[in-house]
Design a protein around this ligand. Sequence first.
Ligand code: 3PG
Length: 212
Amino acid sequence: MNNLLEQIYKLGIIPVIKIDDVEKAVPLAKSLIDGNLSCAEITFRTSQGEEAIRRISKEFSQMLVGAGTVLTVEQVDRAIDAGAKFIVSPGINKKVVEHCINNNILIIPGCSNPTDIEMALELGLEVVKFFPAEQAGGLNYIKAISAPYTNIKFMPTGGINISNINNYLSFNKVIACGGSWMVKSELINEGSFNEITNLVKQAIATMLGFEF
Ligand code: 3PG
């Protein structure tokens, strides 16, 4: 497995972040690190995402920072230039995936049906995002659609939280889960960074099977 995918597998959780105010980016990243989760997927859902990636990557070079909701080739280039180490997209866009592969950039595109998965396989991918996980049918659906394809693994995202993450992680074709439940925009916007740290600690404890 690709080295970055190994890191994602070891982390188990990728926090999916929407930044409305770039000034919150560095304190937010610190709150994740304080919770022992040195990873962040900063989405391009706001105009602040790119600068947030730049600031976090500069301040915390050890952090695994990725860009999410990347929809175009141009956004891939901007994200990488800002310091992103991997790219995530909600759907599978051939141009975006090929651009990443040609430039040796890890891309985890969203797939939600067998046609998407076959396109991912044809493009040479080994891991895809399964999105929106809960809404599309949850773990039972992943088990059913993955059955014909032996070599593809999933990062489910969408509707995942403390109560269902272990269910997903128990399936050997799931490498990690993405989710925003510990980094909700309201918490970031009001500067509730201690609470974010606590939610991250709770998530990690749950994943490891400890009471929190
Ligand atoms: C995403 O962008 O991948 C999802 O919106 C995250 O889903 P969640 O907010 O339900 O965790």
